[in-house]
Design a protein. Structure first.
Length: 681
C-alpha cells in the first residue's frame, strides 16, 4: 500500500523538524489564565459541543462514532472498520452538512460525501455542531453555504511553565485483531511560534462474528445463521503537521495532512452471500493556512487558503465462487478517480457602532475531476468547476435582543469535454437569525431562525457514465427553527452546572435529486422530482456536580423526527407519497455519564435509535428495520512518575453483545474489548 517514494517524501518533509526535539516535557494540557475584552456574545443558533475530557473519555474509535451523541444526527455506517461512515443532520441529507477541519471545509466534488471514518479522535480538541451556521458573521462564505455545519478542531500546542516540548506515545488494540500505534509531538520554537507533528497507523483484518436473520412476509424464518464478516479489513496511515504563530493583534497557522489507506469495502449480506471482492484505495492530501488580524478596534480581517489532492481507486469483482471464496480475477470494474481543489477566502468585518457589525466574505474554489477505467474505453467528461461565493452579513444588538442576517450569492461555471452540457448557475440565498434574553438575572435565551440554502449537483450526479444528467437543477432547502437555552446560575441549588436546550424545526426540500431506473436496471438516471418535508424536536440536557475530589457529569439527548416523502412524478403521487423517508427513526437519543475520582475515570454511554425503514420505497412491514441500542463502558487510570504520565484504559463497546444494523444488510460488530496505553514525556 505505501510505496517507498511516499515514505521518503514525508521523511524529507518532516525530518528537519525532528532536530528540534532536544528537550522533553510533561504533556499535561494546562491552560494559562487569559483575560479577554470583547463584545457581549449571545448564542442565537442551536449548538452542541463535545470537547476536553468528555470527548477524550468516550469509548469511540473515530469522529463518526462521537457524532452519534449529538441530538438530531444520524450516522450511516456501512459495517465494520473499513466501511463508509457519513453524517446526516435533521434528515436533510449528507450533502447538506458542511464538515470543517480547522476552519476550512472538507470537500468532495465527485460525490459530495465526507467519509468521517478517516478522521481520528486522538488529535481532536472539540467537535461542534451548528444547525444553520455559527452565531457570528466573522466567517468565510463557505460557512454560510451549508444547512448544518460540523467543526472539527484539532489540538494546538500548550506548554506548561518553562517546558518547550510535549511528546505522547499511544498504543491501542482490540479483541477483533486491531492494532493502532500513534504519537504526537509538540515543540515550542519561540515565544510566538510552535509546531506539532502527529502520526497514526491502523491495521486490522476487520473480521467479527455476526448473526444474520430474515423473516418472510408471513412471519416465517427465511434465514437464521451465524457467520464471520469478511472484506472489512483496513490498513491506514495518517500524518499531520501544524505550525502556529502569533502576530500583533492576530495569529496564523498552517497545516499539512496526509492519509493513505487500503481497505475492503464490505458489501451487503443478501441471501447467504457473506463475502465480496470490493476493494478501495485512498490517498488524501491537503495543505491549508489561516490568518486573522485586528487592524483596529473597528476593522478585522481573516484569510484562508487550501490545496487538496484526492486519489481513489475502486475495484469491484465477482463476489464469490461456488466454494464461497473471494474471486481475485475478472474485475467487473476497476476505476480510478483524481480530484484537485484550490480554495481561497477573505473576510472583512467592520463595526459601524459598538452594537452593529457588518462583514463581507468572498470565497473562490476550483475543482477538477479526472477518471480512468482499466480495460474499458469511456468518454468521461473530465469536469472542472469554478465557484465564487459572496456573503454580505450584519449583526445588531440592543439590550437583550440580537439579530443576525446574511445574503449569500453563489456563482458556478463549469467546463466539460465531449457531449456533456454544463450550464452556468447563479443563486442567492438569505438567512435570518433572532435571539432574545428576556431576564437579565437569568441565563435564559430564546431563538429563532429561517434559512434558505441549496446544493449543487455533484460531478457524479451530472456526468457519471450512464447515470449523470447535465440538466439537473440545484436542490433547494428551506429550514425554520425556534428554541431556547437555559443555564442554571452557578452555585445555585444542588448541581454545580445544569443547562437545558430544546428546539423545534421544520424543513422543506424541493427539486430533490433522486436516482430513477430506466428500462434497464443497469442504467439509471438522475432527475429532479423529489420533495421532502420534515419536522422534529431536539432536546439536550447537561449536568455537572463536584463532591470533594469526585467529579460527575452527564449529557443526555432526545430527538423526535419526522421526514416524509411528498414526491410527485408528472403530477401523480408516487407509491411512497406521505411515507417516512428511509433510515429516519421517529425516536432516538443518547447519554454520556462520566465520573472522575483522583487518578481514576469511569465513563458509560449509550445510544438508542428507534424503528425505521430501509432503502426500499414503501413503509411496509417487510421493509422495517428494528430499533437498535448500544452500551459502552470505559475505565481509565493515570500514573505519574519521574515527570512522566502513564495512562491506561479498558473499553467495552456494545457491552450487551447486541446484534444490530445501522444500514440494512450491513451488520455491525458485537461486543469488543479495547485496550489503550499512552505515555506522555
Amino acid at each position: 500500500m505505501f510505496k517507498t517514494k511516499d515514505f521518503l517524501l514525508f521523511f524529507v518533509l518532516f525530518f528537519p523538524f525532528l532536530l528540534y526535539s532536544q528537550e522533553t516535557a510533561d504533556s499535561l494540557r494546562v491552560l494559562k489564565e487569559v483575560i479577554l475584552k470583547a463584545k457581549p456574545y449571545q448564542e442565537v443558533i442551536p449548538v452542541q459541543t463535545l470537547s476536553g475530557k468528555m470527548l477524550e473519555n468516550l469509548a469511540s474509535h473515530n469522529v463518526a462514532d462521537a457524532l452519534r451523541y449529538f441530538a438530531g444526527t444520524q450516522i450511516k455506517d456501512y459495517g465494520g472498520l473499513g466501511g463508509l461512515k457519513t453524517v446526516d443532520v435533521r434528515n436533510m441529507g449528507t450533502h447538506h452538512v458542511g464538515v470543517f477541519y480547522d476552519g476550512i471545509q472538507l470537500g468532495n466534488a465527485q460525490n459530495g460525501v465526507t467519509d468521517l471514518g478517516k478522521y481520528s479522535l486522538d488529535d481532536m480538541e472539540s467537535l461542534t455542531l451548528y444547525n444553520g451556521q455559527k452565531s457570528e458573521i466573522f466567517q468565510s462564505a463557505k460557512d454560510f453555504s451549508a444547512a448544518s455545519t460540523i467543526y472539527l478542531r484539532t489540538k494546538r500546542p500548550v506548554f506548561e511553565g518553562s517546558k518547550k516540548s510535549n511528546l505522547l506515545f499511544r498504543f491501542k488494540t482490540m479483541s477483533i485483531n486491531y492494532y493502532d500505534p500513534s504519537f504526537r509531538w509538540e515543540q515550542k520554537i519561540s515565544d510566538k511560534v510552535s509546531f506539532s507533528l502527529s502520526s497514526e497507523y491502523i491495521k486490522s483484518n476487520g473480521e467479527f462474528k455476526f448473526r444474520y436473520t430474515r423473516k418472510n412476509q408471513d412471519g416465517s424464518t427465511a434465514y437464521d445463521t451465524t457467520a464471520i464478516r469478511h472484506n472489512s479489513d483496513i490498513e491506514a496511515l495518517r500524518i499531520e503537521s501544524g505550525l502556529y504563530g502569533k502576530i500583533k493583534n492576530g495569529s496564523w497557522d498552517a497545516k499539512v495532512y496526509y492519509y493513505d489507506s487500503e481497505r475492503g469495502a464490505p458489501g451487503a449480506i443478501v441471501e447467504n452471500k457473506f463475502s465480496d471482492g470490493f476493494r478501495q484505495f485512498d490517498k488524501n492530501f491537503f495543505a491549508q493556512s489561516f490568518l486573522v488580524k485586528d487592524f483596529s478596534e473597528k476593522y478585522k480581517f481573516q484569510a484562508r487558503a487550501k490545496y487538496a489532492y484526492d486519489y481513489t481507486h475502486y475495484i469491484a469483482r465477482d463476489t464469490t465462487n461456488v466454494l464461497g471464496e473471494i474471486v481475485t480475477e475478472g474485475a467487473q470494474s476497476d476505476d480510478s478517480y483524481y480530484q484537485q481543489e484550490v480554495y481561497f477566502s477573505a473576510v472583512n468585518m467592520y463595526s459601524i457602532l459598538p452594537t452593529w457589525d457588518v462583514s463581507l466574505s468572498t470565497d473562490f474554489q476550483y475543482n477538477k475531476l479526472n477518471a480512468t477505467r482499466r480495460g474499458i474505453q469511456t468518454q468521461f467528461s473530465f469536469p472542472q468547476r469554478y465557484t465564487a461565493l459572496f456573503s454580505l452579513a450584519s449583526s445588531y444588538r440592543i439590550g437583550g435582543f440580537k439579530v443576525l442576517g446574511n445574503v449569500l450569492g453563489t456563482f458556478v461555471q463549469e467546463e466539460v469535454r465531449y457531449n456533456a452540457k454544463a450550464p452556468d448557475k447563479t443563486e442567492y440565498t438569505p438567512a435570518l437569525f433572532l435571539g432574545y434574553t428576556p431576564f437579565k438575572k437569568h441565563d435564559f435565551n430564546l431563538r429563532a431562525f429561517a434559512k434558505r440554502i441549496f446544493r449543487m449537483p455533484t460531478f457524479n450526479d451530472l456526468y457519471y457514465t450512464m447515470v449523470g444528467s447535465s440538466t439537473l437543477r440545484p436542490e433547494y432547502m428551506n429550514q425554520y427553527d425556534i428554541g431556547f437555552t437555559y443555564n442554571l446560575p452557578q452555585n445555585h441549588y444542588f448541581f454545580d452546572k445544569l443547562s437545558f436546550q430544546a428546539d423545534a424545526y421544520y424543513t422543506d426540500t424541493k427539486d430533490k435529486i433522486v436516482a430513477a431506473p430506466t428500462g434497464n436496471l443497469f442504467r439509471w438516471m438522475m432527475t429532479n422530482m423529489g420533495q421532502v418535508r420534515g419536522k422534529g424536536i431536539e432536546t439536550v440536557l447537561n449536568i455537572g456536580k463536584n463532591i470533594n475530589t469526585l467529579s460527575l457529569t452527564a449529557n443526555l439527548t432526545y430527538t423526535y423526527s419526522e421526514s416524509r416523502d411528498f414526491t410527485k412524478f408528472r403530477g401523480l403521487e408516487m407509491s411512497s407519497y406521505g411515507d417516512q423517508i428511509p433510515y429516519t427513526p421517529w425516536h432516538s437519543g443518547s447519554g454520556i455519564f462520566n465520573a472522575g475520582y483522583k487518578s481514576w475515570n469511569f465513563n458509560y454511554s449509550f445510544i438508542y435509535v428507534g424503528k425505521r425503514y430501509n432503502g426500499n420505497v414503501n413503509n411496509i412491514k417487510v421493509n422495517e428495520v428494528q430499533p437498535w441500542y448500544t452500551h459502552d463502558l470505559a475505565v481509565q487510570k493515570s500514573f505519574a512518575f519521574n515527570g512522566y504520565k502513564l495512562n491506561t484504559a479498558i473499553e467495552v463497546n456494545n457491552t450487551l453483545n447486541q446484534h444490530y444494523e445501522v444500514i440494512y444488510n450491513y451488520p455491525m460488530p458485537r461486543r469488543t474489548f479495547k485496550f489503550i496505553i499512552s505515555i506522555a514525556l
